[in-house]
Design a protein around this ligand. Sequence first.
Ligand SMILES: [Zn+2]
Length: 279
Amino acid sequence: MNEEGLKFQKQNELALILAETSRQLAPSALEDFTSLLLPHLPDEAKHLLSWDIAVYDTQKGNIWGLNNEFFAHRQLDNLASCHSALTALLDEKRNQVPQSTLVCAFFDHEEVGSESHCGAASHFLTDTLKRISDATSNSTQDFARALARSFMISADMAHAYHPHFPSVYDTQHAVHINQGVVIKINVNQRYATDSVSQAMFMNWCQQAKVPYQLYSHRNDLPCGSTIGNIVAKLGLRTVDVGCPMWAMHSCRESAGVFDHNAMIDVMRYFFSTSHDDTL
Ligand SMILES: [Zn+2]
């Protein structure tokens, strides 16, 4: 492990270990997983047939770094972006009724391709937006018109330059923790940003007094993707952005306290202003 790093054999070495006990000593509740769940369920769920399980670090998050500039927590990718968007949407200081229909959409299954009945590639968002349009207009044309006039910020976390791994970054396009929100660009359209959406988002950052950084992945390494392009198929002009972070997908990730607030600020600006004139 010290020489070659830690590599898991997924079938055998990633199985969860819940307890170790001999059969004689095992309390009956541990003999099958269903009986372990039952005491925690309301009465009407006593005939449990099936379940989904999500495993995560239950330790609390904490602030760290010489100047308290980092925070470490589980699932920052991508709950941090969800938190930013929801905080901005629910902004209590917004003093006027929004001119536009404001939507925050959060999806499961992004990490496994989004192709599910409820993932970003499902009909859920399209149907919901269509029904909002139908409820507020008499013309069947208005839905398409509204999409054409809409803008989407696709927010997912970004890989910040890490001094341990300098070779996996394009030195011209690396982004750094606490140096601002990241605009992601990829000419192979792994990200949905184009020059127009990039310029619009840069302008909003400037208006909100938020610093930004531009990211492109190395050409010789596979680039990640987001749900940006999946949802952009609706005909939405889209920018892919995110906060820079370290140790993405580890059970305890780190990001910058400054960047998270910056993302909230620029999203708050986006939600508070009508952008028709800039589209
Ligand atoms: Zn991810």
